[in-house]
Design a protein around this ligand. Structure first.
Ligand code: ZN
Length: 672
């Protein structure tokens, strides 16, 4: 093996170990030692090395969590031990009866210790490790046969691809571990925001979103979603011995598997009661949804003796929280127009208090849902509120109908502007097609003023509505032409607040390119993509001049996103909008990245370089904040012509692009 490759192998090995160690510190111990930026840098370095040395590929490398190409379907996995479901208890009495049953069954009068755990509201999965290596992951399925979702589970950072050897105990020969895959409340909001941006239906609750993410045929989609895994039991543990469930959970952590820190060992049923009450009281503050507490007998010997009955173990019970549901009546259903023109049916409900919150509206999501659940105006319905999630209608009660109920039909004209409403083939949503729909404009203005865009504080819903209704603002640039007198004439607008607002609008002109791009409401372009665009182009004029091919060169911009961006800027109205913003004095600056003396500069390489590979040259340009193009266009700043430069050279000459010899290029990049 050549020397260079040998040292790369060593570096790859040490990077993999380091990254897995930091995953463990972060996900399992919740005790990160390095900032995210440093972690990302290590990951990028490893990716570069692996790309340069394909012979070092390893399916257990932490880089392999990015997902693989789409599959045809999921294979079937037969669980070696069936995945049982738990009996439910709905009250303290039923939980006390659970213990009484155990005592009767075992004829046991001594103390019984339990482990109490949060009942995570997610998707149950099983992971199989052989000699410490993650070899297979599956869903619960019907309990006996699940679906092979190995590729998707690999993308979850809290699922170790390789187990750590537990303190003085080593690795289990084979481990089949079970747990729950979940989305936090924050993660759920993030996933739904992505769905809206893509024009796809929102998920009803975190559990559905988790299930949808886990059953993606394209594991790259799974990788893009912040799902997490918590381990809570095993089907088989070969080669290591534990005598209590509590000890088992500790062993899991030692092996690098994540367990819920909320788990508690309870010496008696009274302690379980206290745990339940404390948990229910802080339920709303938890980062993720739970729907109860799982109580397990701690002793594995007692568990073995208790065994199972009717596909549920006798040694565990799920003590559920009271459901936050209520029956109420649908007073009306109305179509609500959103920022992207999507029209959502909303149910106006007879107000009900559900879990301490008065609920008077519920989203019906889309017409497919309305029809599937057969929800009509006047119907009695069951509504559920789950944590931070918008209340939703679970079902209607057709048997209670009086005959006066009416079906809701999506209007053919936009309720706001009268524009044509259509549902594109293959889409779930109806949309208002009028590009000048005032609701779209209102949504667009609110997004433009948002914290991660132009950050103009004080542009609330009512004010934006008034600005659009009165015609004071006809497009985004209109904000920059507002005058004090006109503002003061608006309802509830004093002179002082009008002056403050104008000052904030004025201040927003000094902004950054990513904020401006994010603020334009380009489909698929959120904060992260806006940053990538800004990094790549560095200048709004270059964004406007970009060709579709240029967009594809940007890291993390796939064909669909590139198409959406290209379509946006191909539309003359959108280009004019940007022009008017610039004319109004908006100055989107872009700070070059650290040491980025080539920020915003684009290089094209043609022909071979003598001193280094094309990959290395590209890396150097990127380290200095520049970008590398793959085709000649007027967006290219420099062409580096190596030996035997091809046809690109002539085309570049025709376009008048500056030429660099290899030596001049080396001088420019220095020792980056
Ligand atoms: Zn409209």
């Amino acid at each position: 093996m050549p020397r260079q490759a040998k040292s790369a192998a060593a570096e790859v090995r040490s990077l993999r170990e380091e990254i897995e160690r930091h995953n463990y510190l972060y996900y399992v111990l919740d005790r990160p030692e390095i900032p995210d930026s440093e972690y990302d840098a290590k990951m990028r370095r490893l990716q570069k090395l692996e790309a340069a040395h394909p012979q070092l590929a390893d399916p257990a490398s932490p880089t392999q969590r990015v997902g693989a190409a789409p599959r045809e379907g999921f294979g079937k996995v037969l669980h070696s031990v069936p995945m049982l479901s738990l009996d439910n208890a709905m009250s303290r009495e039923e939980t006390a009866e659970f213990e009484a049953r155990i005592r009767r069954f075992l004829n046991h009068t001594g103390p019984i210790a339990y482990v109490a755990e949060h009942k995570l509201d997610g998707v149950a999965v099983e992971l199989v490790y052989e000699k410490g290596l993650f070899v297979q992951g599956s869903t619960r399925g019907d309990g006996t046969t699940g679906e092979d979702v190995t590729a998707n589970l690999r993308t979850i950072r809290s699922v170790p691809l390789r187990l750590r050897a537990a303190r003085s105990r080593g690795l289990p020969e084979r481990l089949e571990i079970r747990g729950e895959v979940i989305l936090s409340k924050r993660g759920f909001a993030q996933v739904n925001a992505q769905q809206v941006e893509r024009g796809e239906p929102e998920f009803m609750n975190p559990r559905n979103a988790t299930g949808g993410s886990l059953r993606q045929l394209d594991s790259r989609v799974t990788a893009s979603r912040p799902i997490e895994m918590f381990c809570h039991s095993s089907a088989s543990l070969e080669g290591l011995h534990v005598s209590t469930h509590w000890e088992f959970l500790d062993l899991c952590r030692g092996l690098g598997l994540r367990t819920d820190r909320a788990n508690r060992r309870c010496a008696s049923l009274d302690e379980v009661f206290a745990y339940y009450e404390a948990t229910e009281a802080k339920r709303e503050e938890l980062p993720h949804e739970i729907d109860g507490v799982v109580v397990k007998v701690d002793s594995l010997e007692l568990q073995r003796r208790l065994g199972e009955r009717d596909r549920s173990p006798r040694w565990a019970i799920a003590w559920k929280f009271k459901p936050r549901q209520a029956a109420t009546r649908v007073l009306d259903i109305w179509p609500s127009v959103g920022r992207t023109g999507v029209i959502t049916p909303i149910a106006a409900l007879e107000p009900r208090n559900i879990g301490g919150v008065t609920v008077s509206n519920a989203s019906l999501h889309n017409m497919d849902e309305v029809e599937r659940k057969d929800i009509r105006i006047g119907d009695e319905v069951l509504v559920e509120r789950a944590g931070d999630v918008i209340p939703y209608v679970l079902r209607s009660f057709p048997e209670k109908r009086t005959g006066k109920e009416r079906k809701f039909h999506m209007p053919s004209a936009c309720p706001r502007c009268g524009g044509r409403v259509r549902r594109e083939p293959g889409e779930v949503y109806y949309r208002c097609l009028n590009v000048a729909c005032p609701t779209k404009l209102e949504g667009g203005i609110k997004h433009f003023a948002g914290k991660h865009a132009m950050d103009i504080d004080g542009l609330g819903d009512k004010l934006v509505h008034q600005l659009v209704e009165t015609g004071l603002v006809k497009d985004l640039a209109g904000l920059y032409h507002l005058e004090l007198d006109a503002l003061v004439d608006l309802e509830r607008m004093g002179e002082k607040s009008a002056r403050n607002l104008l000052a904030r609008i004025e201040r927003s002109k000094q902004t950054t390119l990513d904020r401006l791009l994010n603020g334009l409401s380009i489909r698929h372009v959120g904060e992260a993509t806006a940053k990538a665009l800004a990094d790549h182009f560095g200048d709004i004029e270059k964004v406007l001049a970009a060709e579709p091919d240029d967009l594809l060169e940007i890291r993390d911009v796939g064909p669909e996103v590139a198409r959406a961006i290209a379509e946006f800027f191909a539309e003359p109205r959108n280009r004019q909008q940007v022009r008017r913003l610039l004319d109004a004095g908006v100055r989107p600056a872009w700070q070059p990245r650290r040491g980025g003396k080539l920020a915003g500069k684009r290089f094209l390489f043609t022909g071979g370089l003598a001193a280094m590979s094309r990959h290395e040259a590209q890396a150097r340009v990127e380290r200095l904040g520049g970008a590398v193009a793959t085709s000649v266009s007027k967006n290219v700043d420099f062409v580096v012509a190596g030996e035997e430069a091809g046809s690109k050279l002539k085309k570049a000459r025709d376009l008048g692009i500056e030429m660099l010899s290899e030596q001049r290029f080396l001088d420019l990049v220095g020792d980056a």
